[in-house]
Design a protein around this ligand. Structure first.
Ligand code: GLC
Length: 416
């Protein structure tokens, strides 16, 4: 039942046509027809992975459509507004987006694309597809290193909260001046603060934006995904005979080492984001504190602590429907969605999917299996929602939500 619903969403969210944007052809799965009608960067990578269970040709199509957004300098925006004129309400200030061009935004999202390409290659063995997609992807990773790692510590920075894709996570509250009470104030305060950032960035070049230290986060999840992407690029380059494999491999290992050296807290057994040019550790316990688990070369002792002390901790993350986006022990934890905004406690399927594979590769196959089982149970109750109450499995946020179909990959891996 869950599988059939996931397939329905992947089919009905598909958008195809010719855009007013230079007559380019688009063909992709939108995150939600009612809430998110455009092509989003990390959503699309997740869709490509889920589509492997439907038709690998559609997975390729999804990435081809996305890579049309790649700019000559390497930059790729977090949203491509293919059917812009059909969705005029999206261009109202309420949605807090900054445009770099009439058809794309001025912000980035986590580079899940390289993992998606790796999965497509593993499923199809199609080396020519890898050769086609590799150059724009590699240029984007190089852009991240050049523009977003200006302090050369091997960790890349985001310059506004939604660049991590974790828009309203409470880990950004202090930097954004958002009170955690009352819940009704969270979203209006976030929107006001976003406008403050937009005013600050107005007229600046992309190179200049990170230098003014208005909002600067070396985010653990973003950097774990960045490191994982460098690892995937190295492996793909080697597999299909492209240049640069050793370089990507070195950069992967350096970013992993930097995460451990700068973000790992051996006392708390968790990784913390670094805020501002002064790199202040932000000790708000969210799922991202566990995210380096997705890296196969993470130290096994650290991996064990993340799993035993946090993932399996019933006071923090091991709730009835894990893994909540915020630990239940945090004052800001909002399982019932009182704040009516994102990433403040709900369980997201993309998070479970990444951590599922992380658990497996670090030898916790039983925990992974249980996580997959509970994810399926949650969706059997509420369908393909954007996120879920981790205590009741009630659906929250958008309906017919694209990346919740990643459950197809866990169902296939577990034979559920
Ligand atoms: C929300 C999420 C973001 C996602 C977007 C489209 O803004 O926070 O991560 O990319 O929706 O689904």
């Amino acid at each position: 039942m869950v599988g059939a619903e996931a397939r329905r969403v992947l089919a009905s969210n598909r958008r195809r046509g010719v855009s007013e944007w230079d007559g380019m052809e688009f063909d992709f799965v939108c995150p939600s027809p009612t809430h998110y009608p455009f092509q989003w960067f990390w959503d699309s990578a997740f869709h490509a992975i889920a589509l492997l269970e439907v038709d690998p040709e559609l997975s390729k199509q999804e990435l081809r459509s996305l890579m049309q957004g790649a700019q000559p300098d390497g930059y790729i925006a977090h949203m491509l507004l293919w059917e812009k004129s059909l969705n005029p309400h999206w261009l109202m200030p309420d949605y807090s987006i900054r445009l770099a061009h009439p058809f794309y935004t001025a912000t980035i999202q986590p580079p899940v694309i390289a993992r998606a390409l790796e999965r497509i290659f593993d499923a199809t063995g199609d080396a020519s597809f890898v050769r086609e997609m590799f150059p724009p992807m590699a240029r984007f990773f190089d852009w991240l290193a050049r523009v977003r790692d200006q302090d050369h510590d091997d960790l890349v920075a985001i310059i506004q909260p939604d660049e991590s894709g974790l828009d309203a996570s409470p880990k950004y509250d202090a930097a954004m001046g958002i009170p955690s009470q009352p819940p009704a104030e969270t979203l209006p305060a976030l929107r006001r603060s976003m406008q403050r950032l937009f005013r600050g960035y107005a007229g600046l070049s992309r190179e200049r934006e990170p230098q003014i230290d208005l909002f600067l986060f070396e985010d653990v999840m973003v950097n774990a995904i960045y490191a994982d992407g460098l690892r995937a690029l190295a492996r793909l380059a080697r597999a299909v005979g492209l240049e640069g494999a050793d370089d990507y491999e070195r950069r992967y290992r350096r970013t992993l080492a930097a995460l451990v050296a700068k973000c790992w807290d051996p006392e708390r057994g968790a990784f913390w984001d670094l805020s501002g040019a002064r790199e202040e550790r932000i000790k708000v316990l969210t799922f991202t504190s566990l995210f380096p688990l997705i890296l196969p070369d993470l130290d096994p002792g650290i991996a064990r602590r993340l799993v035993n002390e946090h993932i399996l901790n019933e006071k923090e993350f091991w709730l009835r429907y894990p893994i909540p986006s915020v630990a239940a022990s945090e004052p800001s934890f909002d399982p019932g969605w009182l704040t009516q905004t994102t990433w403040r406690g709900g369980t997201w399927v993309s998070v479970n999917w990444y951590l599922y594979w992380g658990l497996r590769q670090h030898g916790f196959a039983d925990v992974a299996r249980e996580l997959a089982r509970r994810t399926v149970a949650m969706q059997a109750k509420s369908g393909m929602r954007e996120f879920y109450d981790p205590l009741t499995a009630d659906g929250q946020g958008a309906t017919s939500f694209g990346w919740s179909t990643l459950v197809l990959d866990m169902i296939a891996a577990e034979g559920l």
